[in-house]
Design a protein around this ligand. Structure first.
Ligand code: 87F
Length: 545
């Protein structure tokens, strides 16, 4: 895949990321990006290309601090995570991205199975009648539902919706399967794609018209069981972000205005992107109460032979996770991947001298292969770059762009001394390690990198969080691109008012990200920063994605 700055720019011509979404123009076919055929790779500048400068420079023309949106859009293409596609708002997840989704998938899947959740698969299509069963809750989303209206040239007798989420697809069958308290709990999950025909600007991973996710749908006999699961799942979501992706999040409850309309309450993990000053919803775990079981007739007979509606939850985590991770850690040289999700964790690069004999070079390559085996035996994911048509410098750039946590260099002097030089992608720090120590030192170093990436990300997160009590301080904090913790009256009208009043000429208004579970003490007599009414709690506010 060619990923020069020029052709990335061409791919991006149609995509812009700004605070204020413009009205969507009539659907315009985006340019299908042309991909160069030969001799270039990974944004490292096209091996053998005639442009000498680009050979060592790198594929990114924008920097993270100066033009974050352009930087991000170039990065996801140059690092071969994403290719643009000729349906606007849809992206190809290339193997480098998909491998990371598989890591998230495997970890979460193992954990929910340990809780007793089973996987299933419901169809992609939903009839109009069923979708409208929960009309009230779908109403706000209706413009985003995509419909199949034709087969070949024949109009369908009734249009069929493509699932935007599967409550309505699943719950009629829950009603059939659940008869007695003995049928509960029913805990199902599915890993699928969903389609939401968004009209806001699309951003790779962060907002796309089709995306991958898991959606869990469960039913219990009691509210206590449902409540407990909501939090167990939210802890797993926080685990995906913090333990796998090294991204700090705040756990909390959504305000009434921001929760899922069909839910009794919604819990969330909220991340933050310091460069854009925007919060981003990481994943949500809803308690649906008995709202859907009433609509869909999901009833069971209790031990006492009475009839009761089931208590339900639903919860979802999407490929957005990867976008938040990329935005959080990456730099002007490319991706910086946390070791636990990196598809490859170490690249070994032999660096023979120009005048090395073929035998000497071969000896180096053999040693690289042997070191790889030793590392793989202890569970490290290793790549060896033995290509002879690229310079070591080009290879360094190439693997830096792809974010591998560690680079292992093996040069002529290292061959004599029985050592390698190990370079960290996250800090650039280098150390010399004896061959015999590699299989203990590298796993330890990968653990250190994983832990330190989270610590550094959390420091940046904390530095962007301000606690305020007045409107003036609130606005000043927003202007500094910060999140704001403020006492508030917990009223929808106040939230709407804040959103309007905090919008400026070039920035959207702020909303509540969540009511954090961990609350500072509210001083006696504390008042809402925006309305002056008695404050009920502390809310986390911010501009957001
Ligand atoms: C778009 C179109 C139609 C979100 C939509 O959060 C319906 C919807 O119901 C819709 N966008 N939602 C809410 C989804 C709620 C819930 N579903 C299961 C989740 C997690 C997974």
């Amino acid at each position: 895949m060619a990923a020069t700055a020029e052709n990335v720019a061409e791919q991006l011509a149609e995509v812009a990321v700004e605070d204020k979404p413009k009205k969507e123009k009539k659907e315009k076919a985006p340019k299908v990006p042309k991909e160069k055929k030969e001799g270039s790779s990974g944004g490292a500048g096209g091996g053998g290309g005639k442009d000498k400068k680009k050979e060592t420079q790198l594929g990114l023309s924008a920097t993270k601090n100066e033009d974050f949106n352009k930087w991000y859009q170039e990065l996801v293409v140059a690092s071969e995570l994403i290719s643009y596609y000729d349906v606007s708002g849809c992206y190809i997840l290339r193997p480098w991205a998909f491998a990371m989704w598989e890591v998230v998938h495997r970890w979460f899947d193992d954990n929910i199975k340990a809780l007793g959740v089973q996987n299933a698969y419901f169809p992609l299509f939903i009839t109009e009648d069923v979708l409208n069963t929960e009309k009230d809750h779908v109403e706000g989303f209706a413009p985003e539902v995509a419909w199949v209206t034709r087969s070949g040239n024949t109009p369908m007798e009734k249009p069929i919706a493509i699932r935007p989420t599967s409550e309505t697809a699943m719950y009629p069958y829950f009603a059939q399967w659940i008869r007695s308290h003995r049928d509960l709990p029913l805990r199902l999950n599915q890993w699928t794609n969903v389609v939401r025909w968004e009209f806001k600007y699309p951003t790779p991973f962060i907002r796309s018209r089709e995306f991958l996710w898991q959606e869990g749908h469960t039913a219990f006999a009691t509210q206590e069981e449902a409540d407990a699961e909501v939090l167990q799942i939210l802890d797993l979501y926080a685990g995906v972000y913090e333990q796998l992706l090294a991204v700090p999040v705040t756990k909390g409850r959504k305000s009434k205005k921001e929760q899922f309309a069909g839910a009794l309450y919604t819990t969330t993990v909220e991340a933050y992107i310091p460069e854009t000053g925007r919060g981003i919803q990481g994943a949500t775990s809803h308690c649906l109460g008995q709202n859907f079981s009433r609509m869909f007739g999901i009833e069971f007979e209790t031990e006492e032979k009475t009839k009761q509606h089931a208590w339900q939850n639903s919860w979802g985590l999407t490929t957005r996770t990867l976008g938040v991770m990329v935005m959080t850690h990456s730099d002007d040289k490319g991706l910086v991947l946390p070791p636990r999700v990196a598809p490859k964790q170490v690249v070994i690069i032999p660096i023979p001298k120009g005048n090395s004999s073929p035998e000497v070079a071969q000896g180096m390559f053999d040693k690289a292969a042997e070191l790889r085996k030793g590392l793989e035996a202890v569970g490290v994911r290793v790549e060896t770059d033995l290509r002879t048509n690229y310079t070591p410098g080009w290879k360094y750039n190439h693997w830096e762009m792809r974010g591998l946590p560690l680079r292992v260099e093996l040069g002529p002097r290292d061959m004599e001394a029985g050592v390698v030089v190990v370079a960290r992608r996250d800090t650039g720090a280098k150390e010399t390690v004896a061959w015999a120590d590699l299989s203990t030192r590298l796993p330890a170093l990968l653990d250190t990198i994983q832990a330190e990436m989270l610590v550094r990300a959390r420091e940046r997160y904390d530095a962007c969080l301000e606690t305020v009590t007045t409107w003036e301080d609130f606005m000043a904090a927003l202007e500094r691109k910060h999140m704001v913790l403020a006492p508030w009256a917990d009223e929808e009208e106040v939230e709407e008012d804040v959103k309007k009043r905090s919008a400026t000429a070039d920035s959207m208004g702020a909303k509540t990200l969540c009511l954090p579970f961990v609350q500072p003490e509210l001083p006696a007599g504390a008042v809402c920063f925006a309305s002056g009414k008695p404050a009920k709690n502390w809310a986390l506010w911010g501009r957001s994605y």
